[in-house]
Write a protein that binds this ligand. Structure first.
Ligand SMILES: [Zn+2]
Length: 306
């Protein structure tokens, strides 16, 4: 005799099945949201042996992967240096080779303005269109040119057109104060005004003149800030102390909560100190998550594999 469900029993079974499915769906969503909420993304690291941390660039990468795990960092943006073919810091070619097959590691491009002026435009256009790099970094101050230099402009136009960010190194270098004249944010403001849709990211907050940098940029909506170096003891001390840094960051995040992102400058600076700096600001969960990961995902359009 065949087992036949009566209609009310059948409907009840269907109903229970739907409820179980719905609960499962909610549970999975909660887990995914939880993972996103807890996520930390470091948007500024280098693969270098500058810290005498490793014997080769391959070892540096392995060390960084361990650092990521230790600090719960889920993804990172590696900034290739503008020095090419060095044994001690990875340029774009070397960084691309090193991270091949590794998930959640992304790259920027670093055009050589002094050596090659605008002639690398096609190369970077291809890399950006193919999504092999997420934006372009400029090094005024490492190299002697201003952000407003004519040779940079075609790159800014390209980035504006493709809706990818440009990142500017700013502030002093260790043991070199004069170099900061090249990356004064007054020039970056000029760039941001000339390209009003371009996402213009300032890193290092033009240390030690962080208050000046805040004031001169505060009314420019397409300026963003990335925090690399701001928890470093030399940077903190020369900028007037940790309370000044905290005050400026709190004001900046209050003004533009969607435009500030975590970066660390590892291996020269410590990842854990930068995460602790963000947490010490007591931003509240929503803004803290934005700074620690969400803003980077949106600004650099990162596809993170959880
Ligand atoms: Zn850096």
């Amino acid at each position: 005799m065949a087992f036949v469900l009566k209609e009310p029993e059948y409907l009840m079974l269907l109903y229970n099945f739907a409820i179980v499915n719905f609960l499962l769906f909610c549970y999975i969503n909660v887990i995914i949201n939880e993972l996103i909420i807890c996520m930390i993304i470091d948007s500024h690291i280098h693969l270098s042996t500058y810290d005498n941390n490793a014997g080769s660039l391959q070892e540096v990468l392995e060390l960084f992967l361990r650092e990521m795990q230790k600090n719960n960092v889920s993804a990172a943006i590696i900034i290739p240096d503008n020095i090419e073919n060095s044994e001690s810091i990875a340029d774009l070619e070397k960084a691309t080779e090193l991270i091949e097959g590794k998930k959640n590691l992304f790259l920027l491009g670093s055009p050589q303005i002094i050596q090659r002026d605008s002639s690398e435009l096609e190369k970077y256009q291809k890399l950006l269109v193919e999504d092999k790099i997420k934006g372009l970094k400029f090094f005024p101050g490492h190299d002697p040119y201003y952000p407003t230099d004519d040779r940079c402009l075609p790159y800014y136009e390209l980035c504006q057109k493709l809706d990818v960010p440009v990142l500017f190194h700013t502030g002093e270098n260790s043991r070199d104060s004069d170099c900061a004249k090249w990356n004064d944010p007054k020039y970056i403001v000029e760039v941001a005004k000339k390209y009003p849709v371009l996402k213009v990211i300032i890193t290092h907050y033009y240390w030690p003149k962080v208050e000046y940098c805040y004031e001169i940029t505060k009314n420019i909506p397409n300026i963003y800030f990335e925090l690399a170096g701001l928890a470093d003891s030399e940077v903190v001390e020369k900028s007037g102390g940790i309370e000044i840094i905290r005050k400026i960051l709190k004001k900046t995040i209050a003004d533009r909560p969607d435009k500030v992102l975590l970066g660390t400058d590892w291996p020269m600076c410590k990842i854990e100190d930068h995460i602790a700096l963000v947490k010490s600001l007591k931003l509240g969960e929503r803004d803290e998550n934005k700074v620690l990961s969400e803003n980077s995902i949106k600004i650099y359009k990162l596809s993170i594999i959880i």
